[in-house]
Ligand binder design. Structure first.
Ligand code: NJP
Length: 241
């Protein structure tokens, strides 16, 4: 209830919905993203000091460290780090959108590693904590056009399970939240107009609500300390693969 939770990518979609669900239940939430006006609007919905926000770019290691440090300074401990920030500018490899590959690697992989590097020392000291990341159905299956995005999400599967195994003795839990289509702004990062329109239509018509995903995050957090929910894979029932 009164857990301290740090969330990246909280300015829209799943991160914003999770902030809402957890803060409604009484958690202290420290949120980061680049669009601070959106973070402020979200934080202002709650009692002063319950939801704190700070401008955060997860491609900048020091920026992520500063967000995590803010939570520790204010509350004295960190129960949960939720590495949620992500991008999905999908395209076929033969389009050679190298800049977009690099951005996905920087945000979806390195951003998660920076979060782990920032929070894990505190959690090792506490001998407790939970690191959650938004993975994806794309961390399990690949289609033409999703190779690099899926590659970033497959990479996170390896990193998170390795982390889980390494941290057993410190009682640190790891969780991947792996949704199929979700109705968020993620499609806006796609630069190919046809692909963007197709994914936008699909997410709006068939996607899970961000709140449904947020409730899965809350479920994983609310488990007794000895229960590790390592992954929640969830699809809209209309989604085949
Ligand atoms: O998308 P969206 P989602 N530094 O676009 C932030 C995964 N997922 O909620 O910085 C810091 O509404 C951005 O903030 P801002 C997906 O891979 C989704 O769907 O202000 N933050 C915003 O808050 C991702 O890992 C679907 O622009 C950065 C947030 O990320 C996660 O869900 C399916 C940042 C993105 O919010 C959340 O995405 C699936 C940076 N450098 C997995 N760059 C789906 N929607 O269908 C971006 O399987 N952000």
């Amino acid at each position: 209830k009164d857990k301290v939770v740090v969330i990246t990518g909280a300015s829209s979609g799943i991160g914003a919905a999770t902030t809402q669900v957890l803060a409604d239940a009484g958690a202290h939430v420290v949120i980061g993203a680049r669009r601070t006006a959106r973070l402020k609007t979200l934080a202002d919905k709650f009692a002063t000091g319950q939801v704190l926000y700070q401008a955060t770019d997860v491609t900048d290691k020091a920026s992520v460290q500063s967000l995590v440090d803010l939570a520790h300074t204010k509350f004295g401990h960190i129960d949960v780090l939720y590495n949620n920030a992500g991008l999905m500018p999908i395209s076929e490899i033969s389009e050679f959108k190298v800049d977009e590959w690099e951005r996905m690697i920087d945000v979806n992989i390195k951003g998660v590693l920076y979060g782990i590097a920032a929070a894990l020392p505190y959690m090792i000291q506490q001998k407790s904590g939970q690191i959650i990341t938004t993975d994806s159905v794309a961390g399990h299956v690949v289609h033409p056009g999703t190779a690099v995005y899926a590659g970033t999400k497959w990479a996170i599967q390896a990193i998170m399970d390795g982390l889980r195994q390494e941290q057993v003795a410190n009682h640190i839990r790891t969780t991947m939240i792996s949704p199929g289509a979700v109705n968020t702004e993620l499609y806006t990062t796609i630069t190919n107009p046809e692909t963007k329109a197709r994914i936008e239509k699909d997410e709006k018509e068939h996607g899970l609500s961000a709140e449904a995903v947020a409730k899965a995050v809350a479920f994983a957090i609310d488990q007794p300390e000895e229960v590790g929910i390592n992954e929640i894979l969830m699809r809209p029932i209309s989604q085949q693969v």
